[in-house]
Write a protein that binds this ligand. Sequence first.
Ligand code: AHR
Length: 532
Amino acid sequence: MNTRFRLVFTVLILAFNPLHFSNLYAQNARIKIDLDRTIGEVDPHIYGNFVEHLGRCVYGGIYDPDNKLSDKNGFRKDVMTAVQNLHPTIIRYPGGNFVSNYNWLDGVGPKSERVPRLELAWYTLEPNLFGTNEFMQYVRSVNAEPYFTVNMGTGTIEEARRWVEYCNVKDGPYYAELRKKHGFPEPWNITYWSLGNEMDGPWQMGHLSAEDYVKKAREAAKLMVRTSPGIKLVAAGSSNYRAGADPDHWNQTVLTELKDVIDYIAIHMYVGNPDSNYYNFIATPLVLEQRTKIIKGMIAQAMQTASRGDRDPIYIAWDEYNVWYRARRGASATGRNALEEKYNLEDALVIAEFLNAFIRNADVVKMANLAQLVNVIAPIFTNENGMFKQTIYYPLQLFANHVSGTSLDVFVDCKNYSTERFNLGLGETTAQLSKVPYLDVSATYKAGEVTLCVVNRNKEEAITTDILSQNGAFSGTFEVFEVNGPDIKSGNDFNKEVVKTVEKPAINASGNKIMYSFPPHSFTMLKGKLTK
Ligand code: AHR
């Protein structure tokens, strides 16, 4: 073949072979799965959620006694079904900033005797018509574990102890008997208790220095555990990564001083896209991962000198995380309609990446709570006539329903990019990230099935990927679920659902390789058999 003829021949091949032609423009990648390279067991509590007395999360969200859509307890039935389908495993309550000026006694007993109180975290009047027992009825109806936070701000260690007694002691002392008098003969047996919320934040009522916090938390823990041995305690780690704050000092102090007492350290993170830069924003969960690794190191150091008997080491609870930047300032951040953030596709991809990060750090991240459940920076949004599922509902639902077992240390080879220094979100610090892979991947293995969760960060290009098993064979059909939408700014609304989970045609798999093309700006879950 002479050169001229070869050139014409090549052009013809390219023109008439669309697959080959598109591959010239698409990116390629490799994902390697090795069943021997394990990270840890995925704790189901990473699919947690959060209900705070804030805006319309409780009143007008989960609880709306005058609404025709509610049941006899005043719980919105449509919301409850959506919550049940989301499968939150553990729900944190009652705050958040709210708890730091909350007296739990105001929310128990006959409703006619409950007194409304001025609520200073979000500048409202708290009617106290929903409290401990209403929450416990709700959490049981949606089959989730309760997780309570005590008031370490304006509250005393004795108030915290009394709440534990009210909830967990069967009979005898005053507060256990009070619960019975209120119509609940059996204790609620709440295992998970957090020692305050964001106590390092100057915005927190009763904000403390690290040194003062650990003193108060240690004494509260002593009283609470003596009242109900076996409870698990979560210390407030840092949520203040703003310029000038010292989150490392806070976390280090908490871990050093409470290392024999606590079971988890709680960290919070909210990200946003205030500068409207997709590629910066879509990389923000990697900052959560960096923080996880830093705290993991601090835990390892603290564990060297801890006296914990046969208890597990301290784990990380990301007990507030989400996208939150639109409704974060001024009128949108206070009052009845506070924090009503409307989500789009890029936000949903960020949530999928947060979940991937928890899976990739499954050895140390043993709890995570998306903040929050309904209306307030939430996956479910209501009005008096109905509800809709926000974009972020779908990745969370897919993970909670499909991803469990052992987290695998996957190898990913794909193109990457770097960001300039950028704002992580309102109130947050800045970050600069290099080598951000276009594919964000996690893999888990359970009962002969592998589940691969992949975000394609690339906004324009599909990424054609060889998924290679190092020591096992794929077989049967692989289910494929995709969360995507017409563009990254697409969102849902009442009677409009453009971003949601779509089940794609299953893939026939055999041998040690699957080829899949991950579409631009998508989250894909592949699930099927892999046997050694
Ligand atoms: O989830 C909204 C608020 O964010 C919480 O009340 C607080 O803990 C955090 O700052």
